[in-house]
Design a protein. Structure first.
Length: 107
């Protein structure tokens, strides 16, 4: 979720208008409207301040990154030249075709 969506959701859940939130923050209604635009990129401190004005608190977590791909294979392939990558692809493709043929023969 983007910061702007967090702010808009928190404001509407709290039953606040942009003008009411602006008054609590000491800014204009236009400033709150800008905060609710997708391009808004606040600091963590500013986002927390705005959310607190709606009765919420910012809660950040740092999740462990578990890639959906084997990054070691990707790195190995990137070290290859384009010609080497093409040769490896052609070899793998040929092996897959052989396996398909075996499965088809047994089918």
């Amino acid at each position: 979720m983007t910061p702007s969506a967090l702010i808009r959701d928190a404001r509407t859940s709290a039953g606040l208008t942009q003008k009411a939130l602006a008054a609590q923050l000491g800014v204009t209604q236009g400033a709150v409207a800008q905060m609710e635009r997708p391009s808004f990129n606040p600091t963590v401190a500013r986002l927390d301040e705005v959310l607190r004005a709606t009765g919420r608190r910012l809660n950040l977590t740092a999740a462990v990154h578990r890639p959906s791909i084997d990054e070691t294979l990707l790195a190995r392939n990137l070290r290859m030249s384009p010609a080497e990558r093409l040769a490896a692809f052609e070899t793998a493709h040929g092996e897959i075709e052989e396996l398909r043929g075996l499965v088809r023969d047994r089918g």
